[in-house]
Design a protein around this ligand. Structure first.
Ligand code: UN1
Length: 509
């Protein structure tokens, strides 16, 4: 190990020769068939190479799918409580390794250490939650309309599932998909984001260590067109569970449509926080800062619009500005850093482009708007606030996925709700008010999958459904019991013990 100094003085974990990692197919760690590789790098310090990973293609995907298909024959018959035991063991290992996993997660993805610990904690929560389903997976029993006939419904697995996951929650989001899919009896081909293959590899290593049989979970790293498309095209994959951008989600949906492959999509957001005149101002400012600039704004639930009633607008703007100025940017492993880097150069360029668009549209740049090289050699961008934003401006309509938020003045709750809903996305919303009537009205009328009252737009818990309305998704919900509807199909079973033909709807007595 040799140390390198970041501009903030932090010691990074640069290895002189970065370690080479492998795909995990049929219980074996192996390179890409082509022998090609790619690097994963630390977004806070691009000179720090986190690891070298297989740049896989169709051959690797097809091998992984074949292994998953073979493993499914037995895994589906393995009792669900036994499948769950493996997850319980994995959960225990995640607890023991939480700190080292969080540190690697910060190094590879950039979010500050406290948030990286939260990412791993979400895995622990999800793995235990899903493992609990091993002794539930409830169906229904219900009376038949005929005599001596028994009726019930049971959940059955789908088969081989493809999981395509993003880099912003590089461990939590894979766990939302993989843990429940496994407990339901499916086998998996897992393609993680190319920016975060190390965290994904650690996730798979732990499941292997917990005792998952060969072929049940297969890891194939590489790019979207080489690996992702091969998964979309493979007829043996019965469901693609995808989290990422709307553009890629649309591609996934279109590619899967001709073969009726099931698709579960979790995509963009443009999440609004409404602040009414009677709100607790300090609480609202705390929530906006956390929602807008936590994870450098790179959450699908990030607070990218702040819709503020006119009476409180000037005070809110002042407080927010003051607090934004005090945020410390830097390497996420350094103490007291509030905001880490964004994920890569192209993300930084996209954010810069939107800042320019905002200014051209006539929004006032209240704070930020620039790269922050003083924070380190990586992809740092200042927390950015636009003032006096009109609801139809592009910076108030399109997902930026960076530390940028837009303040939008409104007259009353009615206008606030209209502005909040006049958008193509519907993931998360929040309202700050002390008026219970207004809070309930907002809960009823906000068109989003998640609504928070007096809390920020981020902070979902794994035992409640997660997902969005409109273009955020295609009607599915992850986490909670709701996710079982993604990873299983219903089988309805009628057992007639009358020993004679009974005709439903006809033999009525
Ligand atoms: C995401 O925004 O991409 O509620 C996922 C939250 C987290 C999950 C967010 N528990 O912000």
């Amino acid at each position: 190990m040799v140390g390198t100094q970041t501009a903030t003085g932090a010691q990074t974990e640069q290895t002189s020769t970065p370690k080479e990692f492998k795909n995990y197919i049929n219980g074996k760690w192996q390179p890409a068939k082509s022998g090609k590789t790619f690097q994963s790098i630390n977004p806070a310090n691009p000179a720090d190479i986190v690891g070298i990973f297989p740049a896989s293609d169709k051959q690797d995907v097809d091998e992984a799918v074949a292994a998953a298909k073979k493993a499914y024959e037995d895994w589906r018959l393995y009792p669900a409580p036994k499948r769950a035991e493996i997850l319980f063991r994995a959960g225990q290992i995640f607890i023991e390794r939480k700190e080292e996993l969080a540190r690697e997660l910060t190094r590879e993805m950039g979010k500050v250490l406290a948030e990286a610990r939260g990412d791993v904690q979400e895995v622990i929560d999800m793995v235990f939650y899903a493992a609990g389903e091993g002794r539930r997976l409830f169906g229904q029993t219900t009376p038949s309309e005929l005599r001596n006939k028994f009726a019930m419904s049971v959940r059955v697995p789908l088969g081989v599932i493809g999981c395509i996951t993003p880099w912003n929650f590089p461990m939590a989001i894979p766990s939302w998909k993989i843990a429940p899919a496994l407990v339901c009896g499916n086998t998996i081909v897992f393609k993680p984001a190319s920016d975060t293959p190390l965290v994904a590899t650690r996730f798979v290593e732990i499941l292997e260590e917990a005792g998952l049989p060969p072929g049940v979970l297969n890891l194939v790293t590489g790019g979207g067109s080489a690996v992702g498309d091969a998964m979309l095209e493979n007829p043996e994959i019965k469901l693609i569970s995808f989290t990422g951008s709307c553009d890629v989600g649309r591609h996934v949906n279109e590619k899967c449509a001709p073969s009726f492959k099931r698709v579960s999509l979790e995509m963009g957001g443009k999440n609004a926080t409404i602040v009414l005149d009677d709100a607790n101002l300090d609480l609202a400012v705390d929530g906006i800062l956390w929602g807008a600039f936590g994870t450098a704004g790179q959450r699908c639930t990030a607070t990218s619009r702040v819709i503020v009633q006119k009476g409180i607008y000037p005070q809110l703007r002042e407080k927010l500005l003051e607090r934004a100025k005090s945020l410390k940017l830097g390497y996420g492993l350094d103490a007291n850093v509030d905001v880490g880097p964004v994920i890569n150069e192209s993300s930084l360029k996209k954010i810069e482009k939107y800042v320019q668009i905002g200014q051209e549209e006539g929004a006032k740049l209240l704070f930020g708007g620039q790269r922050a090289p003083e924070a380190g050699p990586g992809w740092f961008f200042q927390p950015t606030i636009f003032d006096e934003v009109k609801p139809n401006m592009r910076i108030a309509q399109e997902e930026i996925f960076g530390p940028v938020t837009a303040l939008i003045p409104v007259s009353d709750l009615k206008e606030a709700l209209h502005v909040a809903n006049d958008i193509e996305f519907g993931l998360s919303t929040a309202i700050y008010t002390k008026d219970v009537n207004k809070a309930f009205e907002a809960v009823r009328d906000l068109e989003s999958g998640l609504t928070y009252v007096n809390a920020p737009t981020i902070g979902a818990e794994v035992h409640l459904p997660f997902g969005g309305t409109k273009n955020t998704g295609n009607g599915h919900r992850e986490a909670a019991e709701a996710c079982l509807d993604i990873f299983t199909e219903w089988k309805t079973v009628y057992i007639d013990y009358s020993d004679k033909l009974q005709r439903a709807q006809i033999d009525i007595e």
